[in-house]
Ligand binder design. Sequence first.
Ligand code: NAP
Length: 241
Amino acid sequence: MRFTGKTALVTGAASGIGRSAALALAAEGANVALNDVQGGSLPSAEIGRDRSSEHLADVSEPSSVERMVNDVWDRWGRLDVVLANAGINRDGFLEQLTNEDWDEVVRVNLGGAFFVCRAAFPKLTDGGSVVITSSVSALGNRGQANYAASKAGLMGLARTLALEGAARAVRVNAVAPGFTDTPMVRAIPDKLRTKLVERVPLGRMAAPLEIARAMLFLASKEASYITGQVLFVDGGVSVGL
Ligand code: NAP
């Protein structure tokens, strides 16, 4: 039980990778503060009300994020792990992307992680850990200029915060998932999804838990000398580029 006695905040915990990571953290002993913008499917019942708390907030709203982190602190009195995971996509080729598509994706994906880290950093226990969810799309992906730019920005954010947190032994890393079987990708038409899966050397999508396991590794003591890194969990897609 790598996280017994620890408190973890997970953003975007009502679905997909965040939900899976929240359940995995709880299974390894953590108390889990669960954030999402709506929250219908937050896994509080599975984890237990005594071991989890719900925090509905839009990560792209700085004042809501400040409030959320204060609420987490009031409920648990400590913060050891932050998974800055909430994210969205609004895909389209360059000429089709609207100002709103750009603003929304950059504000939620990049702004959201920045606001969460800025609010959480002062409260993080010395030796605590942040894992930011980037994406293999940060390396470039047709039809995702806004998303790719936001996810590439997260790599710079993780590396910079790793330097700023190091004096307190706060480690900051990122995971860069490949194609993962969550509601985000289920929206892709079947034909295109099959084509995308064919490009994955391991020949399949990831299960959300396979990404969550990498996040927990980076957040745990097992990764105590790893900071400022991006771990690609992508079935080999990035090495095939
Ligand atoms: P998902 O199933 O759509 O889960 C994302 C969760 O974040 C949803 O519950 C969503 O709520 C929530 N969310 C969206 N905007 C938010 C906001 N402003 N504040 C708080 N919560 C918000 O997607 P996922 O695939 O698990 O994605 C998790 C992370 O992994 C994202 O950062 C995504 O970019 C990244 N990622 C995913 C893949 C993939 O193939 N699935 C690959 C690489 C990276 P609503 O559903 O109500 O919007």
